[in-house]
Design a protein around this ligand. Structure first.
Ligand code: KMH
Ligand code: ZN
Length: 284
């Protein structure tokens, strides 16, 4: 079994603001400091959205200048694989400009970017509405931009149809294999977060592909434990869950990373360093 890659989704994505938890980092300084703590706790990858520095809401403007600043400021402080969102950063930006933003985002210096592999119903109220638009043609273009700029896509799948879309993209040669898939177990509008569902999904993937699990809310840590046993990788952090345990907010994303790392330690699965994560994921 490979070493465990822990991704920390530190910025709280589109759904988590200072109102949800006062501990979500939102200024550049807070985000950089949070990333450093997460790396110290065992994270080798960080997933980032652009945040309004005051409210911690999703930034409603061109997110790329902020993201560029995050990338460079993090690089000055710590070695970690940086994964920028393509799913976020749409609040305030109409669909006609998404392509331009994503293509430009590929040039900001991150090694990975997330890609949501299909159009779906949103799993919670969202400022851009109920539908999360990700057409096949958008996905193919955005994969093309990433590959052109040496960025590895993290294919986020929410149902089994999206696994088929990943396979089509591989078969068409748009992204070189092995692909890296993140099973997003949102419940309700997608995969139910349970071990049988995860096993079913993993069985659908080609042997050589890598995979990770991100489950929402109270399922985050239990499903991370399941993925750790199964040989996959895990994502934790405020984007998907703000509680350390029932009724107790995590004071930092690093608390959640540490919890995942401690579980891996008990299970005798070593944790990957950033360079080991790069090798496992085949990053340039
Ligand atoms: N917030 C997660 C459930 C993205 O940033 O591309 C999905 C996500 C989307 O990570
Ligand atoms: Zn995200």
């Amino acid at each position: 079994m490979e070493k465990l890659i822990i991704t920390a989704a530190v910025t709280g994505g589109e759904y988590v603001s200072k109102q949800t938890t006062p501990y979500v980092p939102s200024t550049i300084e807070e985000i950089v400091a949070e990333v450093v703590k997460c790396v110290d706790a065992g994270a080798s990858v960080v997933h980032l959205h652009a945040k309004d520095p005051v409210t911690g809401e999703a930034y409603s403007g061109d997110p790329n200048p902020l993201m560029k600043e995050y990338v460079w400021r993090i690089r000055e402080e710590v070695d970690v694989v940086i994964n920028l969102t393509t799913g976020g950063g749409r609040v305030g930006n109409p669909p006609e400009v998404w392509d331009r933003l994503v293509e430009a985002r590929c040039k900001l210096g991150s090694e990975m970017m997330s890609l949501n592999m299909g159009t779906m119903n949103r799993w919670a109220e969202h400022p851009t509405g109920e539908i999360f638009l990700n057409t096949v043609s958008m996905l193919e273009r955005w994969c093309g931009y990433m590959v052109e700029h040496g960025v590895k896509p993290e294919h986020e799948v929410y149902d089994t149809g999206m696994i088929n879309v990943c396979k089509q993209i591989a078969t068409k040669g748009i992204v070189p294999e092995p692909l890296h898939v993140q099973f997003v177990m949102v419940g309700r509008t997608g995969f139910l977060p349970n071990p049988r569902m995860l096993q079913y999904c993993v069985d659908l993937l080609p042997e050589s592909w890598t995979w990770s699990v991100c489950a929402l809310g109270r399922n985050q840590i239990p499903m991370a434990a399941v993925a750790t046993v199964m040989g996959g990788h895990v994502r934790v952090g405020f984007e998907d869950n703000v509680y350390l345990r029932r009724g107790e907010l995590a004071k930092s994303n690093a608390d959640l990373v540490r919890k995942a790392a401690n579980i891996a330690g008990e299970l005798e699965r070593p944790i990957a360093s950033p360079d080991e994560a790069r090798r496992i994921l085949g990053l340039k």
